[in-house]
Structures are given as C-alpha cells and as structure tokens.
Design a protein around this ligand. Structure first.
Ligand SMILES: NC(=O)c1ccc[n+]([C@@H]2O[C@H](COP(=O)([O-])OP(=O)(O)OC[C@H]3O[C@@H](n4cnc5c(N)ncnc54)[C@H](O)[C@@H]3O)[C@@H](O)[C@H]2O)c1
Length: 256
C-alpha cells in the first residue's frame, strides 16, 4: 500500500480507455483516496460511473481548464473534502482537429493558442491551485506528454509545440515548488488508442510504426503508464523532480 493515507486528484478521465483512468486505477490499488474532474456535463456520467467502481467514494468535480473560475472552485471544494492533497495527475490535451494533420506551417493563431492554453498553461494554473493544499505535507504532480515535444512526428504538429511547452513548464514548476517538497514530473507515453489519440491523423500507422521499431517490439500497455505514474506519485521516487520519463517500450532511444 504505497499510497495509504494519500489523497490524489486525477484530471482527464473521459472514458475507460483514458490514460487518466489507468493511472487512477494504479493509484487506488495502492490505497490512494482520489477525486476526479470532468470537462463539461457531457462527460460527467462516464466519470461518475468509472469512479463508482473504486473501493473509496470519490469527490467528482467539474473543471474545464480554460475557465479560471472552475479551477478556483475545484480547489475550494477539494480543500473542504480532503484538507491536504498529495498527488495531482494532469492528463489533459486538446487542439482543434484540423491542426492535427497536414503542415505545421499552416497552423492558425487560434489553433496554436487553444493547444497551448488547454495542454500547457493548464498545468501552471492547476499547480498554483494545488500549492496551498500540497505544501502542507509535500506532493507529487505528474503530467502526460509525448515524444512529439522533442522530435518531429508528422501530424502531431501544433500539439508537439504545446507538449514542448508543457515539458519546459514541468521543469520551471519543479524549480519553484521544490522548496515546498512538491515534485513535478512528466511521463512521455508511447501511443495508446484513446479518444484524444484518434483525433491525430494517421494514428493507426503511428501505433504500428512504434510496435515495429521499439526495442521491446510492442506498444506500451496502458497499465504500464499507470504503474509509472504510481512510482512518480509515491515515495519510491522521492529524489526525482523536473524529469520526463519515457514509458514507450524504448521507442525514443532508436535513431533508425
Ligand atoms: N493516447 C496517446 O497516445 C498519448 C501518448 C502520450 C501522451 N498522451 C497524453 O495523455 C493525456 C491524456 O490523453 P488520453 O490519450 O488519455 O486521451 P483522452 O481523450 O482519454 O483524455 C484527454 C482528456 O483531456 C480532457 N480535456 C480536453 N480539453 C479539456 C479542457 N478544456 N478542460 C479539461 N479537460 C480537458 C478531456 O476531457 C479528456 O478527459 C493527454 O495529455 C495526451 O496528450 C496521450
């Protein structure tokens, strides 16, 4: 029970295929008490249904990360429900579909700012909201990223730049929050067939390419991402902050 007595917030569950849900299951398995958020009423029922399968009852709160007032209310409610917070999991990204195909040079100003706002700025805003609850007993913030931040991945385009910004944000946040014993790390996951991933043009080819080229000769299992997040959430990783760990069957080390 690595997370017994710990309280966590998981953002980004859309359905049972969501990486956030795999992470939630791993954290709950080790004893964490979890709260969840949903983006808009459309996803409320799905999140309630999944959270209802966990042993401990979870607060379920609305949070569209583009709305400052929803972030504020989230942490007010969480403060009342939990008192302290030990883990925050950020599994949120979005770019308009038309930006995830064709040439990056055609990216619109609006598409660029939406991708940055939802996928990168949100980590800063959430970390700021979590800080007063986390500084009490220390904590761990974990964000999901992808290789497209470091290398060109065709069609990932504007999201690659948003993830680069997110990864840089991880390091700056780790620097700011380290003195309060709040660690901030990223998991760069190999491709997984989720709702968000299906928005990327040619995603099925991407899955096959990773499977062929990765040293482990397979795609990553979603539960392996959950277990890596568990490691980062727990005291097993107490000396690690500002890091991005690749959980991609080794794909990112291969040059050819
Ligand atoms: N699936 C992959 O191949 C893969 C690989 C590496 C990293 N990731 C990252 O993992 C994270 C989770 O994505 P996923 O693949 O599980 O897909 P998903 O569709 O299950 O989750 C994406 C989540 O983002 C949320 N979201 C989007 N806009 C939001 C907003 N304005 N406010 C609040 N929430 C918002 C959605 O509601 C959804 O729950 C993302 O950051 C994604 O970039 C995914």
């Amino acid at each position: 029970m690595l997370l017994e007595g710990k309280k966590g917030l998981v953002l980004g569950v859309a359905n049972k295929r969501s990486i956030a849900w795999a992470i939630a299951q791993a954290l709950a398995r080790e004893g964490a008490e979890l709260a969840f958020t949903y983006q808009g009423d459309r996803l409320k029922e799905s999140v309630e249904e999944l959270a209802g399968t966990l042993a401990q009852k979870s607060p379920i709160l609305p949070c569209d990360v583009t709305k400052d007032e929803e972030i504020k209310s989230l942490f007010n409610a969480l403060g009342q429900a939990f008192g302290a917070l030990h883990v925050l999991v950020h599994c949120i990204a979005f770019a308009p579909k038309e930006e995830l195909e064709g040439r990056t040079v055609d990216t619109s100003r609006n598409g660029f700012s939406i991708a940055q706002d939802v996928s990168a700025y949100s980590l800063l805003a959430l970390a700021k909201g979590a800080e007063p609850l986390m500084e009490k007993e220390g904590g761990s913030i974990i964000a999901l990223t992808y290789l497209g931040a470091e290398k060109v991945v065709p069609n990932y385009n504007v999201m690659g730049m948003a993830k680069a910004s997110l990864e840089s944000g991880i390091r700056y946040l780790a620097y700011d929050l380290g003195p309060k014993n709040i660690r901030v790390n990223g998991i760069s996951a190999g491709p997984v067939n989720t709702l968000a991933a299906r928005g990327i043009s040619g995603f099925t080819d991407m899955l096959a390419h990773h499977r062929d080229k990765a040293p482990l000769k397979r795609n990553v299992e979603i539960s392996e991402i959950g277990d890596a997040a568990l490691f980062l959430a727990s005291s097993l990783s107490s000396g690690i902050t500002g890091e991005v760990i690749h959980v991609d069957c080794g794909y990112s080390i291969v040059g050819m």
